[in-house]
Design a binder for this molecule. Structure first.
Ligand SMILES: [Zn+2]
Length: 379
């Protein structure tokens, strides 16, 4: 089994360059001489087999035989005893044991396809179907019905070929299962679609679009709202208040994030006291927008008692973070962080007021939204 030119061409150039080889796991192993292998007490597969041992894990070095096939060296301290049924030392096995000697001098045993597969040995064709290239000489063989010899190779030492682009099928994958050229064509198309979608005139009134942000005692359903900020599309502050929770007395974890302490909310209104105002604001809004709206929605929806009312609110809700993620994937595909701060940096938006105060976040969200949808409002 020589590495003929055609075979080498299929390999990633990284994989084997004469002096090093990259294994499937990503490990790079050196080519060493027989003398060096002896000094390090490294063993070949055939020596291990004679000792009734099997390697544990990957080879640690390799050498090329004269015929170009790869001989792997294994760490002699990382071996396991081969199960007795593989020793061929039962009378029957010994009697029936059939072997052939390869050009390298290594002897390999005949075995059935099923038994071979149980050791992870497959034919070259099967490994090719699994997207692997064979570089080592065969580790076993069988005789097919037509009398021809079928060789089995160890999947552990085969090299996985880079996957091909799902669009052109020619080049190696780069992103989104596509090659670089196909990815870039796809990116341009998605960007055009996205830009057209964002540029659509929506005819919204700045008074009837609300932005909001909640601070919570925690992220779970049983957690309570301790701050509500609401602005409209003009940046008018319609509500910006701390809220006194009814059940929770402390929230040490989230306190570090939003800085709201139990003492600060002692004299604040309860949510129940604010509900009529919030309901009125929401009733007069066409869209209600937050950055990462799902958490906010899952808490604010409880100001409504019926599912129908909650569903009506859900229909008005929009997520600024989702829209930013889409924009970013179309314009800055190498960026993958999408916090409010990332969105502001990406779109060149500065803070009004103290960052991470509820109202500053709300106004930042309003600005991010307008940067994403420049024709959102009529006024
Ligand atoms: Zn392609």
């Amino acid at each position: 089994m020589a590495i003929n030119p055609a075979n080498t061409e299929q390999l990633d150039v990284e994989n084997i360059d004469g002096n090093t080889m990259k294994l499937r796991s990503g490990a790079i192993i050196p080519r060493i001489t027989k003398e060096a292998a002896d000094r390090r007490a490294l063993l070949t597969r055939s020596i291990l087999a004679k000792l009734h041992l099997s390697p544990v894990g990957e080879p640690v070095a390799f050498d090329l035989s004269e015929d170009g096939s790869v001989m792997f060296y294994f760490d002699s301290s990382r071996v396991t005893e081969t199960p007795a049924e593989l020793w061929y030392n039962t009378t029957e096995r010994t009697a029936n044991r059939e072997t052939v000697t390869l050009e390298s001098g290594n002897e390999i045993e005949r075995m059935g396809t099923r038994r071979a597969a149980s050791y992870g040995f497959y034919t070259k064709r099967r490994l090719d179907e699994m997207n692997y290239d064979v570089v080592e000489e065969p580790v076993a063989y069988n005789i097919a019905k037509d009398g021809s010899t079928v060789y089995f190779y160890d999947k552990k030492t085969a090299i996985r070929r880079p996957l091909k682009c799902i669009v052109c099928g020619k080049d190696v994958r780069y992103k989104r299962k596509m090659c670089r050229a196909c990815f870039e064509r796809d990116l341009l198309r998605r960007r055009e679609d996205g830009d057209a979608y964002r540029a659509q005139p929506r005819g919204m009134s700045r008074e009837r679009v609300l932005f909001f942000d909640l601070e919570l005692t925690g992220v779970y359903t049983h957690d309570e709202i301790i701050s509500v900020s609401i602005t409209n599309g003009r940046g008018d502050i319609l509500m910006d208040t701390l809220v006194r929770p009814l059940r929770k007395k402390k929230w040490t974890k989230t306190e570090k994030i939003h800085g709201i302490t139990p003492a600060m909310v002692e004299n604040s209104p309860t949510l129940d006291e604010l509900v009529p105002t919030i309901k009125e604001l929401f009733a007069n809004a066409d869209n209600i927008i937050a950055f990462g709206v799902s958490t906010d929605y899952s808490h604010i929806k409880y100001i409504y008692e019926t599912e129908a009312e909650q569903e009506a609110l859900h229909k008005k809700v929009r997520c600024c973070a989702n829209e930013f993620v889409r924009f970013q994937s179309e314009h800055y595909p190498d960026n993958n962080h999408a916090s409010l701060i990332d969105a502001m940096a990406c779109l060149g938006i500065s803070w009004d007021g103290i960052p991470h105060s509820s109202i500053a976040d709300t106004i930042a969200c309003m600005k991010v939204w307008e940067a994403l949808f420049p024709n959102y409002y009529i006024d």
